[in-house]
Design a binder for this molecule. Structure first.
Ligand code: UTP
Ligand code: MN
Length: 468
């Protein structure tokens, strides 16, 4: 396998394989932590990519699980587990914080290593799991037993996905997790075979390594967890991320190059360039911003997505045509961006009433506009295609007024986002949307391109190559 690896891939590997020094270092950190946990009477194990030898050089991420007996009640597991994790983190003088996704754990910085200390149940069969994280030790065992011949392939695949910005199962990325990457490499038998297969993926592609054939999933890509038939390991992958990977795979196979692993990255626009580009597009940009709700990213980000979608619909219902929206979360503030094709509409709007064959409703409708002289009626009712139409005055002729109005609280905002917005939110327009700290996000928004297209544009700029 290594023999037919291209010189390019060998060169990439020499960059991304952890050095012996790195391996020794992370194993030493892991050993100290495990000793500290076990001294306190709880069995601990290293899981994740460090346990599987599939981490990419430079990553400083260590996953340690603390295994509790299944007879311990769930609340006790959380209470005892978190308190043990805090105690251990403190013993190392580490800065730490509690994190909650589906399951609470402690995230600590021990020296330069980002350590997750996760309490879970020690169970005999992954199907008997009590929390989502109980699968993880089984993943580690499964991958460790199968991965030996494919470690370099996994490293290449991870670096390839990272470079494309599609690595990570978090809500912001909606991409490929480490475990998913490992399973894909295993299933297809290597990095290049994975890219060849992915080039022809269709929505609904099903991969079932252990032939469980139990449950139907309706995600764009389905990879049945070998250790748990109820779980689609690829549930995090959105259709967009899936096809960004497909496009990268096709592009790499057609013309392999260094940029697929180490893209130089586009420079962010300056404020001045941003204003010029916006003027050139001739659209109107609105930013809705508010304090970040005090929850982790995986809780807040889906609410940002939902809120942006709901505001988009509100704008469209009011005839402000929306081209694109996006959202960004920083520790202090969140921002929703809306690019409008139309940000002013005339005072008159068209409103469709009942068809005249619905006699009762039609008569009520006509009577309402005949009796009620003070409505903002411009003309009508008239009949078009058998139904009544009126042309009446509208409430909001300016999109900014609508965004600043109370109406924004009558739509489906995310729960914690709504609380934050009710406290205070601001609306900025055009040049005022610029924030220096968000230069990269705003640049990406205006100059949107898929990862492959971005790389091809970068490659045409001088300086791309192994030397950079
Ligand atoms: P990590 O996100 O740290 O992944 O989760 P990883 O495999 O170690 O990869 P890198 O190299 O750090 O990026 C640790 C383990 O938790 C489980 C998997 O078993 C994973 O290996 N996990 C994590 C999931 O089952 N699902 C997830 O969405 C995330
Ligand atoms: Mn990890």
């Amino acid at each position: 396998m290594v023999n037919d690896r291209s010189p390019l891939e060998q060169e990439v590997l020499s960059r991304i394989r952890p050095t012996q020094e790195e391996k020794d270092h992370i194993r030493e950190v892991a050993r100290c932590l495990i000793d500290a946990i076990e001294e306190r009477g709880i069995t601990a194990m290293v899981v994740g990519s460090v346990a599987r030898n599939t981490w990419v050089s430079g990553d400083r991420d260590l996953d340690i699980f603390m295994l509790y007996d299944p007879s311990v009640p769930r609340e006790e597991l959380e209470r005892q587990g978190l308190s043990l994790a805090r105690e251990v983190a403190s013993a190392f003088g580490a800065e730490y914080r509690e994190k909650y996704a589906e399951h609470p754990y402690i995230n600590a910085f021990i020296g330069d290593t980002d350590v997750d200390l996760v309490p879970c149940y020690l169970i005999g069969d992954a199907r008997a799991l009590q929390c989502a994280v109980d699968r993880t030790p089984f993943h580690t065992r499964y991958i460790t037993e199968h991965i030996n011949a494919y470690i370099d392939d996994v490293l290449l695949a991870k670096q390839f996905a990272k470079a494309g910005g599609i690595y990570g199962s978090d809500q912001m990325t909606e991409g490929f997790s480490g475990y998913l990457t490992e399973l894909l490499v295993l299933h297809y038998g290597g990095f290049i075979p994975l890219l060849e297969a992915a080039s022809d993926w269709r929505p609904g592609t099903l991969i079932d390594p252990e032939r469980h054939q139990e449950k139907d999933f309706h995600d764009p890509l389905v990879v049945i967890d070998p250790v748990d038939p109820e779980r689609n390991v690829s549930a995090s992958v959105s259709l967009t991320r899936m096809y960004e990977f497909v496009e990268l795979a096709r592009g790499y196979l057609a013309a392999p190059s260094w940029v697929f692993f180490f893209p130089p990255g586009n420079a962010a626009l300056s404020r001045h360039e941003f204003c010029n580009e916006l003027a050139r597009r001739g659209t109107t940009l609105y930013a809705v911003s508010f304090d970040t709700p005090p929850y982790i990213e995986d809780i807040v980000v889906p609410q940002l997505r939902k809120t942006a979608g709901a505001i988009r619909e509100l704008l469209v219902r009011n005839e402000f045509a929306v081209n694109r929206t996006d959202y960004d979360m920083r520790p202090d503030r969140c921002i929703l961006l809306f690019e409008l094709m139309v940000d002013r509409v005339p005072p008159v709007k068209r409103h469709t009433g009942p068809p005249l064959w619905n006699r009762a409703n039609a008569e009520k409708f006509a009577a309402k506009y005949l009796d009620n002289r003070d409505t903002r009626l411009y003309c009508g009712p008239f009949i078009d295609n058998g139904a009544y139409i009126v042309e009446i005055g509208r409430r909001y002729t300016d999109a900014g007024d609508l965004l600043r109005s109370r109406e924004i609280f009558d739509i489906a905002l995310g729960k914690h986002v709504k609380i934050s917005m009710a406290d205070h939110y601001r609306v900025d327009k055009d040049d005022a949307c610029w924030e220096e700290e968000r230069a990269e996000f705003i640049t990406g928004f205006l100059g949107r391109a898929s990862p492959f297209i971005r790389m091809m544009k970068d490659e045409r700029t001088p300086g791309a190559g192994p030397g950079t």
